[in-house]
Design a protein around this ligand. Sequence first.
Ligand code: LLP
Length: 440
Amino acid sequence: MADRAPAASGSAGTDRPDDAFVYRDGRLSAEGIALDRIAQSVGTPAYVYAGGAIRTAYRRFAAALSPLGVAIAYAVKANDNLSILRLLAAEGAGADVVSGGELRRVLAAGIRPERIIFAGVGKQADEIAAALDAGIHQFNVESLAELDVIAAVAAARGTAAPVALRINPDVDAGTHAKITTGRSENKFGIPADAAADAYRRIAADPALRPVGLAVHIGSQLTSLAPFRAAYRRIADLATALRGDGLPVERLDLGGGFGVQYRDETPPDPADIAAIVKETVVPLGCGMTVEPGRALVAAAGVLLARVLYVKAGATRRFVVLDAGMNDLLRPTLYDAWHPIVPVGAPPAGGDAWTADIVGPICETGDTFAEGRRMAPVAPGDLVAIGRAGAYGAVMVSRYNGRAAPAEVLIDGGRFAVVRKRPSFEETIADETVAPWLARPG
Ligand code: LLP
């Protein structure tokens, strides 16, 4: 979604060919459904997803990578809505999960256990047990201590857990510090020089089955060089392990494929495929990638209403009914998201500069600072774009707020796929301590 006014009223209003949200008859729409219709029916704030855009993104990855024998395990952390999981399951996607909760979600959505990878630095024994019982494809292991727990849980079940070692290749992904994972100072993975010993330890334990190596160096990568460096690193390591007589059958290449929020030029799946071909295909391993953001970011917007336009001493503030509790990325990573009015502004109309903020009592509750945009007025709807990844999954209830509704548009229909909880539902899990009698 472009953050500028459409070239002419009624035109697509976008310069991004993959854009699912376009102006149609003067209103921002997806698959022919105008977003004001959705706001009327479910209220705001609400996440709105375009199912067709998710399928298109998945198919672009599959078309580039499947011919090389690379499987796609969707990184569920990007958006774990059951309808999105079901949609991706129907496309044939596997899943990368990082908790027992995500595991149960993907199983409920119908993703086959043999397509599920369990990653993450803090797996717990009960989660490991559930994954073993389900018969998942593999565990990506991040420490020797974790190996001991997996081995103990598997031994108690008389089985051998398939494990891949996640390597920390010490490669700079060139992305935001908070989403960099492949530097030696990051908590993720096992250092490459400790890998051979760890792999031998796995091979020697009858409760563990060594299946290969995994790498993931960060998220929202927009250049290819770090991918090439990381893939080369694990290819070299796999060759060395094989030289020691150890079996390396699988390579998990992680995710991290960036998307365009503003003016980035993220890698195309075909570019990734070329690097995979050059670096790891010659090893003849089974391969997986774990894209999250690249499959869902562009397919979602956060729909919000303008509450107030406030003239500060030095700046103009547009106060929305959505806040940092609904979409945390701008606050947490200074992330830039496009923000456009749902009603198409007149072509050639004036632009404003405004800070676009939420209602939360924190200065960091700011979606955009000094943003040039078409003027808006109280009551207008706006869409915060590229919000399909790491949006709804990072919602909090800060300031006593209910989670936003989520809506899926798909093939000219739409459905509420997560309803906004009522006030009663938001307090239903709480119990007032029995000795605290209501005063008076
Ligand atoms: N595989 C592993 C092991 C990961 O840690 C991640 C993301 C992925 C795959 C998927 O990465 P993607 O393809 O989506 O870049 N909340 C942050 C992003 C955190 C990503 C964490 N790990 C954000 O909003 O930018």
